[in-house]
Every structure is written in C-alpha cells, then in structure tokens.
Design a protein. Sequence first.
Length: 251
Amino acid sequence: MDRPFTIAVSGKGGTGKTTVSSLLIRSFIEAGEGPVLAVDADPNANLHEALGVTVHETLGAMREEAFSRTIPPGMNRHQYVMYRFRRALVESEGFDLIAMGRPEGSGCYCFANDLLSECMQQLEREYRFIVIDTEAGMEHIARGTIGKPDLLLIVSDPGARGMRTIARIRDIAISLGFGPETIHAVINRYRSGTASVDNRGEIPIAVLPDDPAVEAADLAAEPVSKISPSSPVRVAVRELAGRIIGMRDQR
Ligand SMILES: Nc1ncnc2c1ncn2[C@@H]1O[C@H](COP(=O)(O)OP(=O)(O)O)[C@@H](O)[C@H]1O
Ligand SMILES: [Mg+2]
C-alpha cells in the first residue's frame, strides 16, 4: 500500500481546527478510506473529545519517563518505548488516535518527533490518511515536528482579518519550503445572508457553513464528529474529503 496521505490542519485558535479535523476523519472513514491516524498536536488537546474517545497517555508525558526511569527488567529502552507508545495509541473503529501532549523541559518535540515516526513505522495498521490537528500558530510545522504534510489546510473565519491570517500562515509555510500547491484555505463558520465572504483573491478549497448542530453538540457535551450526517457542515466536509481523496489519487 502507498504511504498515508498526511493532512495538517492549522489556523488561529478557535477557528475550527478541531471541528474540521474530526469531521474530516469521520468523512474519510465513511468513504471507506480508513483506517485514519488522528494526531492531536495541540497541547490543549481535545481532538479526542471531538471524536468521542479517551486519552490516557500523551507522547510528551511519556518522554521523561522512558528516558529517566529504570526500564522494567527484561526490556531494553527501545522495547519499553514501543510498549509505552502502544499504550498511548487509542484504537477505535476506523481510526487510531495519538496525542502529543505538552513538550517537556526545553519545549522540544524533537524526541517525540523521532519517536513518533519510528513507532509509526512499526505499527501494523496501514493508515490511508493521517490527520494532524495542530496547535494555533505554526510551532509544529516550524520545528518540523510533523514533517511535511501532503496538504496543509489553513482554517479561518470569513472576513478580512481571517484572510490576513491565512496569508501570514501561508507565507511562513512557503518560507519553510512547503509547495504552494499543498497549501489550501478552508473558510469556516460562513453565514449566508450576511456580507459575502471577502476573500481578497483567496480561493478556498472549501467554505463550511456555520452550523447550529456543532454548537448543540458542544452544549450537550457530545462528540462533534457524531452530529447528523445530513447536517450542513457534515455535507460540506464530506465534499472536502472527496476533493482530498481525489488529490491523494493523483499523487
Ligand atoms: N462550522 C461551525 N459551525 C458552528 N460552530 C462551529 C463551527 N466550527 C467550529 N465551531 C465552534 O467554534 C468553536 C471553536 O472550534 P474548535 O474546532 O474547537 O476550534 P480550534 O480547534 O481551532 O480552537 C467551538 O465552540 C466550535 O463548536
Ligand atoms: Mg482545537
């Protein structure tokens, strides 16, 4: 099988990165494109909630221990790290989830990065897609923690300010060596009837509607990925997933 198609979901805080990530993951699974690896790279991790699973351990938390603690007898450090990684990986139907957690000490994720790629190579599950819910800003991308994804989505509110943020993130990504063709904007929480989206020449890959079902799920503490498949934002994300599957097929 081909290597997985990796999507990093970036953008300012509160623009809908986690919502979009979780709905994309659902859409891929429903399209028969599982299994998907969900990576929660936001220290204020809540992708698991959006997907309705529980995280017991993060890579950040396991880092210190794996390298400071005495390794259990009969195991070498590598085996121990692998064992802890498997414990940190949450397995669910159609997807697995790994949470990066907070970087320790120096704030360096390098260890987690190397570890993640090494451990992932040893997983027997072959993921078709990897969806990374990144933290606000471009830290992970700047530090190379998540490598170079095949697709960088920048989620933004509609309007001029959002467009400026998209331009800023795009500039950073390009300066880091991302191909312009791999970077796409997603306008989220668009309300029809209000002023038309001022996109300043930006052609988004998707415009997702503001959907009361998302807020309702939030208020009811229900996983947002479980909202009705016919709700407007789910329909729009399904379409986006279809376009991404097309990009993957053309890779
Ligand atoms: N399309 C949408 N329609 C309605 N509410 C939304 C939509 N997308 C996100 N939200 C709401 O906006 C808030 C921020 O979304 P979230 O996905 O947590 O953003 P981020 O991960 O970027 O911080 C949440 O309360 C979420 O329920
Ligand atoms: Mg989030």
